[in-house]
Design a protein around this ligand. Structure first.
Ligand code: NDP
Length: 348
């Protein structure tokens, strides 16, 4: 489904958005990406195949009301990915919640003003589904995070409020366009941008000795290229509806570390001490108080619990199949070495 009208991607410089743009260009779409700095600051986007002919970069900020009106005007589809993804911020309200929620309102208002818009594809997160694993259940798109606050996992809170705002807006204003939401888990994979994304940083930290031991932690993982494809399928599949939990597989930290060790990365500072038993979990909860506030809270909430996620809706409705997470992990490590985020030859 190629349209002759431009497709807008907010936060074009981001880890996920740059892959969406790469795939849109590859498929022949005309793309209008929004960025915060001068367009020439993004050679990794401007040099993508097809970019010279079909990519336009325009400056906009989520906190400037109306700044997207002219950008979105004339587009048929909008991907709203822009939102801060950070932990341990100084001011959760201004650093996370305001850009996430006010930014969502800004984008929705701009879409309302453009009669050409058919669908808004919104990048939400697993964090809007839950802020803690629950060993007794499998999470689906029906679940909502009701636990987070400015003091408890504020990034999760910002994503939940932003997605709620998007659905409330649609209920209140009944626009002519519809909303489809993608809720990815921890996104890994090769980066088109030189900067290290917060999610790949977790893998880098595991390899760099930041984690002193193996804990009873699980992550839902998905490759960034599959997340990009999910967004594009959500645009192209007319019958797509509601939220889509975008996860390939959940993996225990013990298995992840063992896999990296057996894949030729044993010389990196991977954690050796296994404290993933019950006593280790108690110890981790105590030690978590010595960590930065949000990291400590993350450990206390997640350690000792199993995360089960159901990806049947996205596989069925969007006919999406996922790459092997193990292959993605290997590519992620090689890519971090390529960008200089990990040493080529570890010291020990
Ligand atoms: P990145 O940090 O790579 O990208 C975030 C993007 O948002 C950047 O382009 C950034 O611009 C932009 N942005 C942030 N604040 C503003 C603002 N005030 N005005 C305009 N643009 C802004 O993160 P990801 O690519 O990983 O995340 C993209 C989306 O996916 C986010 O909504 C995130 O919550 C969501 N997500 C990510 C997951 C992951 O594991 N990576 C998992 C689930 C959801 P700039 O480059 O100028 O800072």
């Amino acid at each position: 489904m190629i349209t002759n009208k431009p497709v807008c991607v907010t936060g074009a410089s981001g880890f996920i958005a740059s892959h969406i743009i790469r795939e849109l260009l590859e498929q022949g779409y005309l793309v209008r990406g929004t960025v915060r700095k001068e367009p020439k600051s993004y050679p990794f986007l401007l040099e993508l195949p097809g970019a010279a002919e079909r990519l336009e970069l325009v400056q906009a900020d989520l906190l400037t009301a109306g700044s997207y009106d002219q950008i979105i005007k004339g587009c048929e589809y909008v991907f709203h990915t822009a939102s801060p993804y950070k932990v341990n911020v100084k001011n959760p309200q201004t650093d996370l919640v305001d850009p996430a929620v006010l930014g969502t309102e800004t984008i929705l208002e701009s879409c309302m003003k453009s009669i050409s818009i058919k669908r808004l594809i919104f990048t939400s997160s697993i964090t809007a589904i839950t802020d803690e694993p629950d060993s007794s259940k499998t999470f689906t798109e029906k679940d909502w995070n009701t636990m987070s606050s400015l003091d408890r996992q504020p990034y999760h809170y910002s994503k939940t409020l932003a997605e709620r705002e998007a659905w409330d807006f649609i209920m209140r204003k009944k626009p002519t366009f519809d909303l489809v939401v993608i809720n990815p888990v921890l996104v890994i994979g090769p980066s088109l941008t030189p900067s290290l994304n917060t999610s790949n940083q977790i893998i880098r930290d595991i390899m760099n000795g930041v984690y002193p031991c193996i804990m009873d932690l699980n992550w839902g993982l998905v490759d960034v290229r599959d997340v990009a494809t999910a967004h594009i399928l959500a645009m192209e599949t007319e019958a797509a509806k509601g939220r889509y939990l975008c996860t390939a597989e959940s993996m225990h930290m013990r298995d992840l570390v063992a896999f990296l060790k057996s894949s030729g990365f044993e010389k990196y500072s991977l954690p050796k001490l296994d404290l993933s038993g019950k006593a280790g979990t108690v110890l981790m909860k105590i030690l978590s108080f010595s960590q930065p506030k949000d990291t400590g809270m993350y450990i206390r909430i997640n350690v000792g619990r199993t995360l089960r996620l159901d990806n049947s809706k996205i596989r069925r409705d969007l006919a999406l199949s996922f790459r092997s997470v193990r292959e993605s992990l290997i590519e992620t490590v090689h890519d971090m070495v390529k960008w200089g985020h990990l040493p080529r030859k570890p010291a020990n």
